[in-house]
Write a protein that binds this ligand. Structure first.
Ligand SMILES: O=C(O)[C@@H](CO)OP(=O)(O)O
Length: 380
């Protein structure tokens, strides 16, 4: 059965030019591409004899494929590609809407608020606080500021009376230093919510590479630093204002590596630690750098660091980040369901495949390009 529910044949017709029985290599070069041939294009400027000879040796066979924008299921042509969307799109043979686009559609139609995930967290709005944790930028790779803004508006209109945002500054998908402007924009949105009677504030923060957004269980201390600030309200730096915090901490670190900070009131008390009865949403749509926090928030038997305090909360991800682990169990938007990948077709047609990939790409590749199938050999 295909995703439409129709019975679809696995049979592949013979290729018109590729000979049968010969070995074929598919090699993915991360970060390689063609663009305007000017002095700022490092691939154009570099000496690339092998690629040049491949291109010039058989120009009739040379093709360019798009790895960004609508061609890979992103919302607009201005959206840059990235490893997750690339791995999902390669080999699918069709364009699947990716996380960013699925969230846009769900927010625009309002369906996000009708889903099980939102209903689940909104049970806490009457008595508890809604915490939103995620990357604060308009990079569009892991999250987007405009989606956070819509979620803040939508949640407050649907009963959230107390909201705390735990920000992670970017400087990787966007220019270093842009964090200050993003925090100012968020602060002015939160001020408007306060004018309308919603107690909305930034509660904590830190740079994405130093706080929270580690991936593939590389360094649990990164997640712990975030946990201490977000859940326990503890961090080495305390400020009463988030713009001031980011400006001050940037004197010694760039956006990606800002140390963790908490926002405190006039009595030095953290304004927004996560407590029993609260709701938590991680608003990144991209999975890889949210999975570790999702485990810490959701797993009862978590043992990667001492959480000290484990509040009883209702937690939902923007998307479900790991389909195999069903993590998290509650989510606001369903992730893309990528089926019938080229790897599956090859297996069904008796073509043996050998796949070799870096372990770091494992979760993404498993879902897309080479979806693990029983007859292929995968080497990490
Ligand atoms: O480091 C990451 O998380 C992203 C950029 O945000 O890079 P890549 O898509 O190459 O994994």
């Amino acid at each position: 059965m295909g995703s439409s529910g129709q019975q679809v044949s696995w049979k592949l017709a013979d290729h018109p030019t590729l000979p049968k029985g010969k070995t074929l290599a598919l090699i993915v070069l991360d970060g390689w591409g063609e663009y305007k041939p000017d002095e700022y294009n490092c691939i154009h400027v570099a000496q690339t004899p092998t690629m040049d000879s491949l291109k010039q040796g058989a120009p009739e066979k040379w093709r360019l494929i798009r790895a960004h924008g609508k061609a890979v299921g992103l919302p607009t042509e201005d959206d840059m590609g990235n490893s997750e969307v690339g791995h999902n799109a390669l080999g699918a043979g069709r364009i699947f809407a990716q996380g960013a686009k699925l969230v846009d559609i769900a927010l625009a139609s309002g369906k996000i608020y009708e889903g099980e995930g939102f209903k689940y967290i909104s049970e806490c709005f009457e008595k508890g606080t809604l915490h939103l944790i995620g990357l604060l930028s308009d990079g569009g790779v892991h999250s987007r500021l405009d989606q956070l803004q819509l979620l803040l508006k939508g949640a407050s209109e649907r009963g959230a009376k107390r909201i705390r945002v735990h920000i992670l500054t970017d400087g990787r998908d966007v220019l270093d230093g842009s964090s200050v402007g993003f925090v100012e924009t968020l602060e002015s949105d939160l001020a408007k919510l306060r004018e309308n009677g919603v107690d909305a504030r930034i509660a904590s923060g830190g740079g994405r590479m130093y706080v929270t957004m580690d991936r593939y269980e590389n360094d649990w201390d990164v997640v712990k630093r975030g946990w201490d600030a977000q859940v326990r309200g503890e961090a080495p730096h305390k400020f009463t204002n988030a713009v001031e915090a980011v400006k001050k901490l940037r004197e010694n670190a760039n956006d990606q590596y800002l140390p963790p900070f908490v926002i405190v009131d006039e009595n030095e008390k953290a304004v927004g630690p996560i407590e029993d009865g609260d709701a938590v949403v991680t608003f990144n749509f991209r999975a890889d750098r949210m999975v570790m926090l999702a485990k810490a928030l959701e797993h009862q038997d978590f043992d990667k660091f001492d959480r000290v305090k484990v509040p009883k909360i209702r937690y939902a991800g923007m998307l479900q980040y790991d389909g195999e682990l069903k993590l998290p169990g509650h989510y606001l938007v369903s992730p893309p369901e990528i089926d019938r990948t080229s790897g599956e077709y090859l297996v069904h047609n008796g073509v043996r495949t050998f796949a070799c990939r870096p372990p770091s790409d494992d979760p993404q590749v498993k879902g897309g390009l080479m979806k693990l199938v029983s007859h292929s050999i995968h080497i990490l």
